[in-house]
Design a protein around this ligand. Sequence first.
Ligand SMILES: [Zn+2]
Ligand SMILES: [Zn+2]
Length: 155
Amino acid sequence: MKVRGSMVRTNKIGRLANELKSKPKRVRRIGHPRSDRGWIFEHILVVECAIGHYLSRPAEIHHVNERRDDNRPENLVACNDHSYHMLLHRRTAAYRESGHANWLRCMHCAKFDDPVNLSTGRWGSKGKQQVWFHFQCRRQFQAACRRKRYGRHAK
Ligand SMILES: [Zn+2]
Ligand SMILES: [Zn+2]
């Protein structure tokens, strides 16, 4: 299952950790467009019941308190797609750790800071992922990379 693979990846770097501790509830619902062999996540049914129509494919459900077994309607937020869902997690983590939902995490020191103190750039194989960093942390990171390279040459 594709979804499970991406969950494991995000867990590895520490995100979604709380949401993963709790298992989402599945219920039997044959013939539902999003059911997987007759099983569907209960939180999808709760949201669809509240909005009165089926959710479209890329939509995901976020659990506000990050407990996936808490399917009270007030704990659920429908996200249009995966990136909006991840934005909610970023803001939740930022608020929990820094008290400011709009603060961003430095990719090098992993600390949250006011966006005015951070630089932004692209990361990943195709530069798809947007990242933020302290200018100072980036310089230390680059210096460490250089040391590593020289270290290998010296052997
Ligand atoms: Zn979520
Ligand atoms: Zn930093």
